[in-house]
Design a binder for this molecule. Structure first.
Ligand SMILES: [Cu+2]
Length: 149
């Protein structure tokens, strides 16, 4: 099943924080490109007790030994854009934009249907390797899943 309904994950909270930060920077300049933070949900869905989570300077997020790791699609970008996980991790992408997006693996490795607002796509990454993906509707949207043994 490609699309399931579930609550927003932890990365939704990160996206909100980023949106708030951007809004603060551009406030008063008339360049309020970020969507209103209030419209992106709250921190209620924040899961607790994730054993290994680090965020590097480059924006790479490492989440080893997790069953499920979430990627949020927000403001026409995958967040985190580069994610390092262990083999067997289920990655769940959630579209929080009002525009539809897809999650398609490079070289046709996999593809999703168009995800409407709040819809999800999930894939288990069983093997080690570097898997880049993109949105077929907006091909400039790129992400990478690194599966590390
Ligand atoms: Cu898109």
């Amino acid at each position: 099943m490609a699309i399931v309904h579930a609550h927003r994950g932890a990365l939704g909270g990160v996206a909100v924080a980023v949106a708030v930060a951007i809004a603060a920077v551009v406030a008063g300049s008339g360049l309020a490109l970020a969507r209103t933070p209030a419209g992106t949900g709250s921190m209620i869905g924040m899961p607790m007790g994730r054993p290994v989570t680090t965020q590097g300077m480059s924006g790479t997020v490492t989440q080893l030994h997790q069953r499920v790791v979430r990627v949020t699609i927000h403001n026409f970008a995958f967040g985190p854009a580069r994610l390092v996980v262990s083999p067997g991790t289920r990655i769940v992408w959630t579209n929080t934009d009002s525009d539809p997006h897809t999650v398609d693996g490079a070289k046709g490795l996999w593809s999703s249907e168009a995800l409407d607002t709040g819809n999800q796509f999930a894939r288990v990454f069983a093997k080690a390797g570097t898997f880049s993906y993109y949105c077929s509707i907006h091909p400039y949207m790129h992400g990478t899943i690194v599966v590390k043994k």
